[in-house]
Design a protein around this ligand. Structure first.
Ligand SMILES: Cc1ncc(COP(=O)(O)O)c(C=O)c1O
Length: 448
């Protein structure tokens, strides 16, 4: 394997911050006091002035192998020199097949075909389109409804926003898709507060799907999409038994079940996919983020054999699915993906996450009793810490915590409204877990 070539961090603060419109960011507040990152290595980010911050969020839930790992850097460098781009419409390159096989081998049961794209949002829209087209090719074209869940996050494509259940992501964008309905959120603070792992209460909420079937009729419903553990709305683990129940109801009515594993895939919950942790096999799994450890954009959908086979009918010269992206299975992403999956295996990072789950959860629950802490949830290597909102605005305390972390405590994490969300790279050590929660404790006290 070629050695990765490293260059020192040389970035300076740009003179003009105005032209870049930052996504999901309060732009004016950011530009008044920018939080700039110029370099990274393993568990740390480095600012332009050379300050080291511990990464408590694996970037954006994605750098599961840690930052700038040599084998991944070297694989990307070598691939860029060998094959920069090859179309996957009517042509292909070898690493696309190799990575598809590797991804499929990590998925349970007969989830054995992989469609590649470039992000979680594209993965979700791809899965929803496959669901609709699947029913149509089988002569059940009346199945056009898609079911999501309140508080669900499925990216920012029109399909993903429509099945998503976060109102602020929806309300600016008109009518979205028609024919979408939502299951209730599985979160109930009164019944579940300070649960470690999957809460005991709430499996019955899956039965709401039966209610939607009664309302719409099964013959109109194509698919249900849920995150096994909802990350972006603040770390909401599934109640015990909930996903099994959803699977059973989908089976009863011929509805496809899609697990959106953009966050839960690749070790976040201690397994390749959450489907394995929960012993529930969906019909499709969406993935992104961790597949390349965030190093090159990539996403995809793993589908069951029966779903793929349903399309492989009719004359052989005809395209079976009119869908794809210029950069589906981009060579750099495939090279990064293969190197990343090798690294996960070589270092046993999924098992490592599983072993660290208890000390992680214990450290998270240690914050109970600090000012304004309303609930703490911990599952796999994730934690959500709900803080009470300030009287003068939802999200203010969360943003203050994030800024204090960045500027004064050398730690980076996500703030989702007033929830602090933590999800470190899976290479985190027990002492770094202590360090992380120590910093978070100080910050929570400081924003009281
Ligand atoms: C469950 C889930 N689906 C989809 C997405 C969207 O992924 P992307 O931002 O890569 O489009 C995310 C992003 O966090 C996610 O958590």
């Amino acid at each position: 394997m070629a050695q990765a070539q490293r260059t020192p961090v040389t970035a300076t603060v740009p003179n003009d911050l105005e032209p870049f419109w930052l996504p999901f960011t309060a732009n004016r507040a950011f530009k008044r006091r920018p939080r700039l990152i110029a370099g990274a290595k393993d568990m740390h980010y480095i600012t332009p002035e050379g300050r080291k911050l511990i990464d408590g969020s694996a970037g954006l839930w994605c750098t599961n192998a840690g930052h700038n790992r040599d084998p991944i850097v070297a694989a990307i460098q070598a691939q860029a020199a060998e094959l920069d781009f090859a179309p996957t419409f009517q042509f292909a390159h070898p690493k696309a097949f190799e990575l598809a096989a590797r991804v499929a081998s990590l998925a349970p049961g007969d989830l054995d075909h992989v469609f590649f794209c470039n992000s979680g949002s594209e993965a979700v829209d791809t899965a929803l389109k496959i669901a609709l087209a699947f029913h149509k090719v089988r002569g059940e074209g009346s199945r056009v409804r898609l079911i999501g869940r309140e508080r669900g996050y499925h990216g920012v494509g029109f399909g993903g926003v429509a099945v998503g259940g976060i109102v602020s992501n929806r309300k600016q964008f008109g009518t979205l898709l028609v024919g979408v309905d939502h299951l209730p959120s599985t979160y109930n603070r009164e019944k579940q507060a300070f649960s470690i792992g999957e809460p005991e209460w709430g499996a019955h909420l899956a039965d709401a799907l039966d209610g939607l079937v009664t309302l719409h009729d099964a013959s109109t419903i194509a698919a249900v999409i849920v995150e096994p553990m909802s990350g972006s709305s603040g770390v909401l683990p599934p109640p015990k038994g909930y996903l099994e129940r959803l699977r059973a109801i989908c089976d009863k009515h011929g509805i496809l079940l899609i697990f959106d594993e953009v966050i839960t895939g690749y070790g976040r919950l201690g397994y390749a996919f959450a489907a394995e942790r929960y012993g529930v096999q969906p019909d499709m799994i969406t993935f992104a983020k961790g597949v390349t450890s965030g190093s090159v954009p990539m996403g995809g959908v793993v589908v069951r054999k029966g779903v793929y086979d349903a399309f492989m009918q009719g004359p052989e010269h005809v395209i079976e699915l009119f869908h794809g992206y210029t950069y589906s299975a981009h060579p750099l992403a495939c090279a990064a993906g293969l190197a990343t999956l090798d690294l996960y295996r070589a270092e046993g990072l999924f098992e490592r996450a599983r072993k660290l789950e208890k000390p992680w959860a214990d450290a998270a629950m240690g914050l109970k009793g600090l000012p304004n802490v309303l609930d703490i949830r911990a599952v796999g290597l994730t934690a959500g810490i709900d803080l009470a909102s300030k009287p003068d605005g939802v999200g203010k305390r969360g943003l203050e915590a994030l800024e204090l972390g960045f500027f004064e405590h050398d730690v980076m994490f996500r703030a989702v409204g007033d929830t602090i969300a933590l999800s470190p790279p899976l290479i985190v050590t027990e002492s770094q877990i202590g360090e992380l929660f120590g910093k978070v404790a100080k910050i929570i006290k400081a924003v009281a």
